[in-house]
Write a protein that binds this ligand. Structure first.
Ligand SMILES: [Ca+2]
Length: 365
C-alpha cells in the first residue's frame, strides 16, 4: 500500500488551487432593518458559502457571490463567507453586523389603522301600508334556528372560483349584531375561511319591503353579499329559481363606495341578469352602517340604499315569473372570485360583515 502513503504526504497545492483575494461587503436593507445582503468576490473560486451567525447550522451557497438573510432577532452577529475551490478547500473572511429595533410581531401583524364606526343610517320600524312580518335584531346569545350554515366551498352551481371554505365557526352574535368573519386560514385545501348562512325552509317570503342594516368588510378580493334565492332552488336549480341580490360589494381599488343590486333569472333566450349600482357621495360601505333594501311586488323590484331608490326592474314579462315565487335569504362573505379577483398584500384579515338587523314588511292581503 505504498502508493497511498505517498499521496497523503503530497502538498495540497499539487492537488487543488485555493481561491485568493476574498473580499466581502455587508449591506443592510434600507426598507427592512432585519434584512442583510452580503456581496463577496474572489479569484479562483467555484462557489461561496455564507454563514449569518444567527443559526450556526444554517448557511446559504451561491456561485454569484451574493446572498441575503433576514434576521429574526436583534443582536450582534458575525457573518462568515467562505470562498470554495472544492467543498473541502476554501478560504474565509468574517465581518460583524448589528441588528437593531427588530420586532417580528410588528412586522408580521401591522396594526390596522382603520376604525369602522357603529354610526350610520337607521330605518323606521313601520311603513304606511305595510306590516312587520319578520325581524331579527340579533339580540340573542345564539343564532336562531331560522338559519342554516352552508358548509363547504360554496361553489354549488355558480363557478365563481372563490377561495374560501365556509364554516360555522366564522359566524357569531356580538351584542346585537350578526358578525360573519373572513379569516386567512388554511382549511380543507382553501386559504381562507368564512361563513354563509341561509333561511331556506325556515323564513321564505314573496313580495314586501326588506331592510337590512349592515356594515361591510373591505379590502381587495373581499366579496360580501346579502341576497336571496328562489325557494324552489333545490328542485329547478340556478338560474331557474331566480336570484335577487339586495346588496353586493366588491372590495379594494376604490370599489367599496359602490353598492350593487342585481337579479339573475332564466329568460326565453337563456341565462339573464340585470342590475343597478350606486356610488356613495362620501365614505364607503365599510366605514359605517347603511340600510340596504328592496321593495318587491308582483310588477317590479326596486333597490334602495338608506331609503334612496337607485334602480328597479319591471318583472311583468312572463319570462320573469321566477320573481313571483317565494325566496329565502343568504348572508355570506366570499373571498376571491372571478368578479372581485383575489386578495393581495394590501388585504388585511380578519374581515367582518356586521349585520344589525333584517326586517321584512308586507302589505296585508
Ligand atoms: Ca341589532
Amino acid at each position: 500500500m505504498g502508493v497511498l502513503a505517498s499521496c497523503e504526504d503530497a502538498p495540497i497545492d499539487d492537488v487543488v488551487k485555493l481561491p485568493e483575494n476574498l473580499a466581502i461587503e455587508i449591506v443592510k436593507s434600507e426598507s427592512n432593518p432585519r434584512v442583510v445582503s452580503v456581496n463577496a468576490s474572489a479569484d479562483l473560486v467555484n462557489f461561496y458559502r455564507f454563514y449569518f451567525g444567527e443559526n450556526p447550522d444554517d448557511f446559504k451557497e451561491s456561485t454569484s457571490g451574493t446572498a441575503q438573510y433576514t434576521y429574526e432577532q436583534s443582536g450582534q452577529y458575525e457573518i462568515t463567507v467562505q470562498a470554495h475551490a472544492t467543498s473541502d478547500d476554501f478560504i474565509s473572511e468574517t465581518g460583524d453586523i448589528e441588528i437593531q429595533d427588530v420586532n417580528p410581531e410588528d412586522e408580521e401583524d401591522p396594526e390596522d389603522p382603520f376604525e369602522p364606526s357603529f354610526e350610520g343610517y337607521e330605518s323606521p320600524l313601520e311603513y304606511e301600508g305595510y306590516e312587520l312580518v319578520w325581524q331579527d335584531e340579533f339580540e340573542a346569545e345564539q343564532l336562531s334556528d331560522d338559519y342554516t350554515f352552508e358548509i363547504g366551498t360554496g361553489s354549488n352551481g355558480w363557478g365563481n372560483n372563490e377561495s374560501q371554505y365556509y364554516r360555522e365557526e366564522n359566524t357569531r352574535l356580538d351584542e346585537g349584531y350578526l358578525v360573519i368573519q373572513a379569516k386567512e386560514e388554511n382549511f380543507q385545501g382553501r386559504e381562507y375561511t368564512s361563513s354563509r348562512i341561509i333561511t331556506e325552509g325556515k323564513k321564505e317570503f314573496k313580495y314586501g319591503r326588506f331592510d337590512i342594516r349592515a356594515r361591510m368588510p373591505y379590502g381587495q378580493g373581499i366579496w360580501p353579499a346579502i341576497w336571496m334565492l328562489g325557494s324552489n332552488f333545490r328542485q329547478v336549480g340556478w338560474p331557474f329559481c331566480g336570484e335577487i341580490d339586495i346588496m353586493e360589494m366588491i372590495g379594494g381599488q376604490g370599489r367599496e363606495r359602490t353598492v350593487h343590486g342585481t337579479v339573475h333569472w332564466q329568460s326565453n333566450q337563456g341565462y339573464a341578469n340585470f342590475g343597478h349600482s350606486r356610488n356613495l357621495s362620501e365614505g364607503t360601505l365599510a366605514d359605517k352602517f347603511h340600510v340596504f333594501s328592496i321593495i318587491w311586488d308582483e310588477n317590479s323590484i326596486q333597490w334602495l340604499i338608506d331609503d334612496q331608490p337607485y334602480g328597479s326592474i319591471d318583472t311583468t314579462p312572463s319570462h320573469l315569473d321566477e320573481f313571483r315565487e317565494e325566496f329565502f335569504f343568504i348572508f355570506n362573505v366570499a373571498v376571491g372570485g372571478n368578479w372581485p379577483q383575489y386578495p393581495d398584500e394590501t388585504t388585511t384579515f380578519p374581515q367582518e360583515m356586521w349585520i344589525d338587523y333584517v326586517r321584512v314588511f308586507q302589505q296585508p292581503e
